[in-house]
Design a protein around this ligand. Sequence first.
Ligand SMILES: Nc1ncnc2c1ncn2[C@@H]1O[C@H](COP(=O)(O)OP(=O)(O)OP(=O)(O)O)[C@@H](O)[C@H]1O
Ligand SMILES: [Mg+2]
Length: 143
Amino acid sequence: MERVISMSGVDYFYGRGELRRQVLREVSLEIEAGEIVILTGPSGSGKTTLLTLAGALRSVEKGSVRVLGRELNGAGLGELVGARGSIGFIFQAHNLLRSLTALQNVQMSLDLEAALGAEEKRRRCAAMLQSVGLGRELERYPE
Ligand SMILES: Nc1ncnc2c1ncn2[C@@H]1O[C@H](COP(=O)(O)OP(=O)(O)OP(=O)(O)O)[C@@H](O)[C@H]1O
Ligand SMILES: [Mg+2]
């Protein structure tokens, strides 16, 4: 069975010209379904860069990154956006989107789940906010 994430020979550079710096060098890894992997390393060693490549948030320039059977090297923006639809990504320093209401913020992940109708999504998200004491703030913005 194919791995959930499979990388081989991944190099990554930031910057151009004199400022060009290599941050990933020949990275290869295999992650299977259900496996929990903890990636550690000093600050600046490239962990976030690696995750953004696997999460289809950044374009792969050299090497192969396969996620859920899809090769991301050479993928256009449309394909990257398509791949993001099957990936749950929790950012280190991002939280609520200020332009969305509490309900819309919570509902964003369910919006990717085409099988649920609009009413059902709203009901579930409202219940979740209710359960943490925010039932009266559904239509309010974070600020
Ligand atoms: N957008 C960028 N442009 C240029 N260099 C960058 C950019 N983002 C990261 N870097 C550099 O790439 C290297 C790897 O950074 P990265 O954020 O992937 O490290 P990290 O392992 O996630 O660090 P931390 O533990 O602090 O989160 C660092 O030298 C960083 O300064
Ligand atoms: Mg990081």
